[in-house]
Design a protein around this ligand. Structure first.
Ligand code: GDP
Length: 756
């Protein structure tokens, strides 16, 4: 009712009986946009566009995030890596389609049924030229122009042709350039500000007459597949023609349940006629039958809201604003024009509701569903990345803790084992030292046996003695070495081996399996031989033998026997106190010179004294003895003394000299070797210590390398867990955004698509 009164007010004020052609720029329609059902499409488009803009940002962010995840972390699978790239292209494609999405209404009917007039009436302006003379072979699409300028563009051409008036447009449409483009579309861009349909994204498509050699299939393929509503403009004066019906049959074959409106135009021509109501009823029945029974696109109740009896011409006349100076060229309106105008408005309302709902559903439902699919796929991928990162991070932290504990354990164990090893090394070295010391003392005791075993021929000649001495020294050196080796080495080596094995076993338990397996090949326990280092040649270099004959009852021997060698020397030196000592011969060591030469000098001076200083005393003693025992006893004693001397002199053979030599050598060597006992035993202890310390150091080095590796591994694991942490955080944020987008699309579906 309101619409009717609004309409009547408008039509009253602008009512005119003639169509006036005037410059387009002066037109300024009074349009109420806010209540139009077309807003549904506009709002939905804006909403879905916004969602897709957010989706594009989200997909871009997700793609660069996934591409940025380091490959070596193993968080992103190849599948995810490949798939994510495809989404950006898909979203971009849909955004482009969305930007182009319009509501499209296509007008069909025979030539001069008034298609252009209907379009103009809907646009409330004379946009398209109408009349028999203005028929073209091309499709005319009227769409909104963002600027205030009206212009036209031929399909696939970017050239803009400016239009100032309907006459100019009609002329342009009949120019050769367009006339030659049969079945193409000429896009007429009309300022949006002048028409609410255009403002609300509606495109109106006027077709050539369906009766003029139409290639219906081509028409449908080229222009109808994306149309939301079809309007069949028929002539109320005749029934639906076969070509008109056949066209819609083809359309409904290709499109599922197309929205078809039937406008019985030129109804004004029947105004006042006697049977007009009966004719109207007849038209209505046939049209409904066509839609319901033939095309089967709607129900009978719905069909009655799709068939209208209008006069586009009257609607256009009443709607077109005219300049005050322009003469009224339109004829008078026929009787009952208000009802026809109301029918036209009613058609528009039904059409607007139908087109916006249909367009929202057909155009955005698919986009929303596809968007939901993309969002859920991206969300799934982000979930996968998040979960993988989370699992890897947990195992990373666990591994890091294990390695940390292991490092602590190794450090502690190393301390304990180090102390144990040092104690063991010390113990073994001491054992070796004691063993060698005892064995050497024993060997020194049995030195004469070793010397006696030397069976090279001896001669008192100085040259022979020199060689003999050298060889004896070698014999002694090798013999001693061999004996010590036999007595000590086995046991000492065994002890060393035990400690080495124990050390290696204990310490290598701290090493990783693969290192432990390699330890054998690394020869941590080397083969080593003990060396006793008995340098006898150097040690015995100052040995001076005495193989000269010495009478056992001689004065020196007797004194040696009773006073000992030292006492004798002292006594002899006492005699020689007053006599200046001769210098020791060059080449002899001072100590030896003192012992040997002082003794000889003392004997000589002593003998000299017998004839000088003590001669008086001796003569006196002999006299007393002579008197007491008599000369016979003296003679016997003298003879016996002489016999002993002769005997000893005769038995002083080479053999005896050898024995004397060996005896002197044994006594000398024993004394010297005694000095060597401590040196040799501590040397051996040092060797043991060095050997075991070497093994210990090599094991320590392996453990330190293991500790270093563990430390590096811990640092790397820390770094990895931090990276995984930030991947988790980022994937969580993106996943939440995907969830939000999914909700938005759900809400969009709920509000714009499912509510019907
Ligand atoms: P088209 O070829 O289908 O586009 O038809 P047009 O819109 O060009 O109209 C052809 C002729 O029919 C024009 O002279 C119009 O003025 C006239 N016409 C259109 N609609 C009506 C109407 O409702 N009533 C009357 N009487 N004439 C009309």
């Amino acid at each position: 009712m309101n619409t009717m009164s609004g309409y009547l007010q408008r039509s009253g004020s602008s009512r005119s009986n003639s169509v006036v052609s005037k410059p387009f720029s002066s037109m300024d329609p009074d349009i109420n946009h806010s209540s139009t059902p077309l807003r549904l499409f506009v709002d939905a488009k804006k909403k879905v566009n916004n969602i897709y803009n957010e989706m594009a940002t989200h997909v871009d962010e997700s793609t660069s995030f996934i591409k940025g995840v380091p490959e070596d972390l193993g968080v992103v699978s190849t599948d995810v890596n490949t798939k994510i790239e495809t989404f950006a292209a898909q979203v971009e494609g849909i955004r482009e389609v969305l930007a182009r999405d319009h509501m499209k209404v296509a007008f069909f009917g025979r030539t001069s049924n008034g298609k252009s007039t209907v379009v103009n009436a809907m646009l409330r302006d004379k946009v398209l030229p109408s009349g028999i003379g203005h028929t073209t072979d091309c499709f005319l699409s009227v769409e909104g122009s963002e600027t205030d300028e009206a212009y036209l563009q031929i399909q696939d051409s970017s050239e803009r042709m400016s239009i100032k008036s309907v006459g100019q447009l009609a002329h342009a449409l009949h120019s050769e350039r367009i006339a030659n483009h049969q079945n193409t579309i000429v896009h007429i861009f009309w300022p949006k500000s002048r028409c609410h349909l255009l403002q609300n994204d509606v495109i109106l498509l006027d077709s050539p007459g369906i009766d003029v050699e139409p290639n219906l299939d081509e028409w449908i393929d080229k222009h109808c597949m994306d149309a939301d509503v079809f309007v069949l403009v028929s002539n109320a004066e005749s029934t639906l023609m076969r070509t008109e019906k056949s066209f819609f049959h083809k359309v409904s074959e290709r499109l599922s349940k197309p929205n078809i409106f039937i406008l019985n135009n030129r109804w004004d021509a029947s105004a006042g006629e006697e049977y007009s109501e009966a004719v109207k009823q007849q038209h209505m029945e046939r049209d409904v039958k066509f839609l319901v029974e033939e095309l089967k696109v709607i129900t009978e109740q719905e069909a009655e809201d799709r068939v209208f009896f209008v006069s586009a011409k009257e609607a256009l006349i009443t709607r077109t604003p005219k300049a005050p100076s322009t003469p009224d060229s339109s004829g008078p309106l026929a009787e009952g024009y208000q009802a026809r105008l109301f029918a036209f408005e009613n058609f528009e309302r039904q059409f607007e509701e139908c087109i916006s709902h249909t367009a929202v559903k057909t155009k955005f439902e698919q986009h929303a569903k596809k968007g939901m699919q993309i969002v859920s796929c991206v969300q799934g991928m982000l979930d996968e990345v998040h979960n993988t990162a989370s699992t890897k991070r947990s195992s990373c932290i666990e591994k890091r803790k294990d390695q940390h504990d292991r490092l602590e354990y190794i450090t502690q164990q190393l301390k304990v084992l180090s102390m144990e090893c040092k104690d063991k090394i010390k113990e073994t070295a001491e054992l070796g030292e004691t063993k060698v010391s005892a064995a050497m003392t024993d060997e020194i005791r049995k030195l004469s046996t070793l010397v006696d075993q030397f069976d090279k021929s001896f001669h008192s000649d100085p040259l022979v003695i020199k060689i003999y001495k050298e060889e004896l020294q070698k014999h002694l050196e090798s013999g001693l070495g061999r004996n010590l080796d036999q007595r000590c080495s086995g046991e000492v080596m065994k002890a060393v081996d035990v400690v080495q094995t124990e050390m290696t076993d204990n310490m290598s338990a701290l090493l990783p399996d693969e290192v432990r397996a390699n330890i054998g090949g690394m020869q941590l326990r080397r083969r080593f031989d003990l060396s006793y280092r008995l340098d006898c040649q150097h040690l015995f270099s100052d040995f001076r033998e005495n193989v000269d004959f010495q009478f056992s009852l001689g004065l020196t021997s007797l004194m040696n026997r009773f006073l000992g060698p030292k006492g004798t020397t002292a006594a002899m030196l006492g005699f020689a106190n007053v006599i200046p000592r001769p210098m020791p011969p060059a080449g002899l060591p001072p100590a030896a010179a003192t012992n040997q030469d002082e003794l000889a000098v003392a004997v000589m001076t002593g003998l000299a004294s017998l004839t000088s200083k003590t001669s008086v005393g001796l003569t006196l003693v002999i006299g007393i003895v002579w008197k007491a025992v008599g000369w016979r006893l003296l003679a016997v004693s003298g003879s016996l003394y002489g016999l002993v001397y002769v005997y000893e002199r005769l038995t002083w053979t080479n053999r005896a000299k050898e024995r004397a030599f060996k005896k002197q050598f044994v006594s000398y060597a024993s004394e010297k070797l005694q000095l060597l006992v401590n040196f040799t035993s501590s040397n051996l202890s040092h060797q043991i210590q060095q050997e075991l310390s070497g093994t210990y150091a090599r094991l320590c080095m392996e453990i330190e390398t293991t500790k270093d590796n563990l430390h590096k591994e811990i640092v790397a694991l820390e770094d990895e867990s931090q990276k995984l942490d930030s991947i988790m955080a980022k994937s969580k944020v993106l996943r939440n955004k995907a969830g939000w987008l999914d909700n938005e699309l759900g809400r969009f579906m709920e509000k714009y698509i499912k509510e019907e």
